[in-house]
Design a binder for this molecule. Structure first.
Ligand code: PLP
Length: 401
């Protein structure tokens, strides 16, 4: 049966206590009890529907979590204060000293730094691999490997992970497949393809208004319960808790995600085709020339396109900077990191979001200096945007007249 994430979100209804069309916001960090016995049971996790303290859970955070579980088709979900707050709690819950992780080498810079520099302090080692080469992924698995980690569409190179094939590998070696789906909410549903845990930075497309950080872990009830365990749960004990006011505002933005993703994709597809025809080195999963175009197609939920991210390579960092500054001046978008905003955002990942990755490794993975990553906005008239972009490119000499 076809999986319909947008419909699943739409069908969830929560009402406010006075019949409001939005649920009431739980504006409390602590909760009163009529009996001491119920307080004890709640602390032990045995009193369903009771709240104790908002680091454990709060009504607003649970509403948002349930809506995100509906998005990913998982049993439940746990929201966090940021994407990194979600990623770190998952990896620290699944791994202990002596364990090993096999990770894609093209991942978010913060995740890369966490695995490269932080987890080794806890004696958790990571082997970084080209996730599109399944034989290399398999060869990196050792008897200590616990987790296979990747992004469905990678940052910033837009490599596409073959999630079904990776899920088969995970099954064969009894690993947990953890997928960061931040670049492709709605487009790809990793849990439906066999991923055990799906993570998002809500900061990006899902919230979509660049006004807050947020994260989520989507998974089984058992795993989420483990994260929230008062004795050894990484969510509970590391304390990366989202505030209820933010959970309520992100839930409202989630309601329009399908409309936004469709428009981001439509605009990005238009620009990618134009740029490619102009002879620019363009990477976009919706282009037939993309090495993983067919894999993306085989995994995607058909209604939302190939996403809002594309890259072009203009040859050098100087050219990239010159072009980005001019595009900002012409109001095409903003020279800024992050993604999923209504306005186009652009940055040169080699010197910004992926600068945690050493230069030699950047070169090895194909992250060149002149690469510009675009998060294409919700522009109403994308042809007009294209014409202004082209003028900028001609002016800085990236394109000929
Ligand atoms: C931004 C991002 C993160 C980190 O999320 P924060 O909300 O900034 O902590 C993780 N993964 C990907 C793919 C991202 O783009």
């Amino acid at each position: 049966m076809k999986f319909n994430p947008a419909e699943n979100i739409q069908d969830l209804q929560y009402f406010g206590e006075f019949g409001g069309v939005n649920p009431s916001i739980s504006d409390s960090s602590t909760y009163t009890f009529l009996s001491a016995k119920t307080m004890f049971d709640t602390f032990e996790g045995n009193a369903d529907g009771c709240y104790l303290y908002s680091r454990h859970s709060s009504p607003s955070n649970l509403y948002l979590g349930e809506a995100l579980a509906a998005l990913e088709g998982t049993e439940t979900a746990n929201v966090a204060a940021s994407g990194m707050g979600a990623i770190t709690q998952v990896l620290l819950q699944l791994c202990k000293g002596g364990d090993h992780i096999v990770s894609s080498r093209t991942i978010y810079g913060g995740t890369y730094a966490f695995l490269k520099n932080f987890t080794p302090k806890l004696n958790i080692e990571t082997t970084f691999v080209d996730i599109t080469k399944l034989d290399i992924v398999e060869a990196a698995i050792t008897k200590n490997t616990k987790v296979l980690y990747c992004e469905s569409v990678s940052n910033p190179l837009l490599e596409v992970a073959d999630i079904k094939a990776l899920a088969d590998l995970a099954k064969k070696y009894n690993l947990q497949l953890v997928v960061d789906n931040t670049f492709s909410p709605l487009l790809i549903s990793p849990a439906k393809l066999g991923a055990h845990v799906v993570i998002h930075s809500l900061t990006k497309f899902i919230n979509g208004s660049s006004d807050t950080l947020g994260g989520v872990v989507c998974g089984t009830q058992e795993f989420i319960n483990n994260l929230r365990n008062v004795n050894d749960g990484a969510s509970m004990l590391l304390g990366s808790t989202m505030d209820s006011l933010r959970a309520a505002s992100i839930l409202k933005n989630l309601r329009t995600l399908h409309i936004r993703m469709t428009q981001h994709s439509k605009n990005a597809q238009f620009l990618a085709e134009k740029f490619e025809a102009d002879g620019l080195k363009t990477v976009y999963p919706g282009l037939v020339s993309h090495p993983s175009h067919e894999i993306f197609k085989s995994m995607m939920n058909t209604d939302y396109g190939f996403g809002g991210l594309l890259t072009i390579d203009v040859g050098s960092l100087e050219k990239a900077n010159e072009l980005m500054e001019l595009m900002q001046l012409k109001k095409i978008g903003y020279l800024a990191v992050s993604l999923g905003f209504y306005k186009t955002l652009f940055s040169a990942p080699g010197s910004s979001t992926s600068s945690e990755i050493p230069k030699e490794e950047q070169i090895a993975m194909g992250l060149s200096e002149g690469l510009i990553r675009f998060s294409i906005g919700l522009d109403n008239d994308i042809e007009r945007t294209y014409n202004s972009m082209k003028n900028c490119m001609i002016e800085v000499g990236v394109l000929k007249k």
